[in-house]
Design a protein around this ligand. Structure first.
Ligand SMILES: *Cc1c(COP(=O)(O)O)cnc(C)c1O
Length: 445
């Protein structure tokens, strides 16, 4: 049942110029009665989202306080730096792990973890193809092989059964990505890891403040990796944190983020026991992060509330698959995503998103353009000067150009992303939900 406005086809097409109509509008539908307020904004109706979001600055007094303290220091170096110490102390309030090391990015955090885990030539690391490319950069730099497993239809995190299918004798680790801050099924992943003696590196870059069955995100696997890039929940422009509670790996984090130099131990007989690049974070960044962390609980709680509220109000719309979150988890919605079933609407995903934007909703189609294995650098195996020595030396048979993850590809084709931000109100989210209902009802098949 759809509420198609009472206009003729010519007006309809004119009003939706720019829209690629998936199918013609039937005269019988066009003649249907039009309830008040249901006329689409693209047809000159009122926008469903009338409110605007008043964005407050993301930084202020807490950051200023730390930056001023930093300016009174006589060092800006991380080792022994007071800002770095404070950052680590505040980080542990969210992720209480024994070993915590600051670094220059989320990509760096994951690279450090991969190196500290001893993952090397030809080792296979199973991860998701819907993620930031930073998830696998360190894997490739260490000469290991990312193996992309498919993801679940509703949560878009690793599909546990597909992870199992992709395990081989070469598999050394799993990198579960808590996409959008929605926790992966860590109990299932740890069970597989135990069974096959695998290391688990949690990519928590989008998951600041999330909880998996009540446990702080990052505390279930062997490593936790966070990004402090500008778009993340808390930031210093660029930065990262890598942490571990495991005595085998934790003591190695610092050296793998700091040119292989084990600081604070005697250099007798030479100090470089490992080979690594310089991924250090300096005190100015740490000062900003220490300030930012005082804001995190409010940011995470508000985003969790707003995202769950949106689900509550769109879950019953036919053809819409809301963001699936386990009821005992806390998802912190780096963004919200829902899927539009391709057969349920007379317009395609991009036009659905465009129509929502016209309604005032902060929506856009998709996330990354293609699954990671579909990126040219993967399809061409052009990682090191246009070549991939690991494959040339016969250490892997991986062929990214023929790799497939059906669900991941379907998700990227039919998902719509909705911005969630701590400055949004519940009323605003209810209007966003209303806009989704309005567009869905209008274009329902
Ligand atoms: C942002 C992000 C990264 C990389 O973090 P950078 O700080 O940009 O290097 C890795 N994985 C995920 C899931 C991310 O969102």
């Amino acid at each position: 049942m759809s509420n198609v406005p009472n206009i003729n086809r010519r007006q309809f097409v004119a009003g939706s110029s720019g829209l690629l109509m998936a199918g013609a509008v039937h005269a019988s539908q066009a003649a249907a009665a039009q309830p008040e307020g249901s006329k689409l904004a693209i047809h000159g109706g009122d926008k469903a989202v009338q409110q605007s979001v008043s964005y407050t600055p993301r930084w202020g007094d807490p950051e200023r306080e730390q930056l001023e303290a930093m300016l009174r220091q006589n060092t800006l170096f991380y080792w022994g730096g007071p800002q770095t110490k404070l950052l680590i102390e505040r980080f542990r309030e969210y992720c209480p792990l024994e070993y915590v090391h600051t670094c220059s990015s989320g990509t760096a955090a994951i690279h450090i973890a991969v190196a500290a885990a001893g993952i090397g030539l030809g080792d296979e690391v199973i991860t998701s193809p819907i993620t930031d490319i930073g998830t696998v950069i360190g894997v490739l730099y260490q000469g290991a092989v990312p193996v992309f497993a498919d993801v679940g239809a509703g949560h878009c995190n690793l599909d546990i059964e597909d992870v199992r299918r992709r395990i081989t004798p070469k598999t050394k680790a799993i990198i579960p990505v808590h996409l959008t801050g929605n926790p992966c099924d860590m109990d299932a992943i740890m069970a597989i890891a135990e069974e096959h003696d695998l290391i688990v590196i949690e990519d928590c870059c989008q998951a600041w403040g999330a909880r998996s069955r009540g446990r702080p995100i990052g505390t279930v696997g062997h490593f936790a990796c966070f990004s402090l890039q500008n778009s993340k929940h808390v930031t210093c422009g660029d930065g990262g944190v890598v942490a571990s509670g495991d005595d085998r790996f934790g003591p190695l984090l610092q050296r793998f983020g700091d040119k292989g130099a084990a600081r604070g131990v005697t250099r007798e007989g030479g100090g470089f026991r490992a080979f690594a690049t310089n991924y250090r974070m300096s005190e100015p960044q740490a000062a900003v992060v220490a300030g930012q962390l005082t804001r995190l609980e409010q940011i995470a709680a508000q985003r969790a509330r707003l995202g769950n509220l949106l689900t509550e109000h769109i879950a019953d719309i036919p053809g819409i698959v809301p963001h699936e979150v386990h009821p005992e988890d806390r998802a912190v919605y780096w963004f919200y995503m829902f899927r539009v079933h391709p057969d349920a609407f007379r317009i395609n995903r991009d036009d659905f998103a465009r129509t929502l934007r016209a309604e005032g909703a902060p929506a856009s189609g998709g996330y990354i353009g293609v699954p990671l294995y579909g990126e040219p650098v993967f399809r061409e195996h052009g990682f090191i000067a246009g070549r991939w020595p690991v494959k040339e030396f016969g250490l892997t048979e991986m062929d990214f150009s023929t790799h497939q993850c059906a669900e991941a590809e379907a998700i990227l084709a039919d998902m719509i992303r909705v911005t969630i931000n701590e400055n949004m109100t519940e009323d605003y989210i209810l209007q966003v939900a209303q806009s989704i209902r309005k567009v869905a009802e209008h274009f329902a098949v």
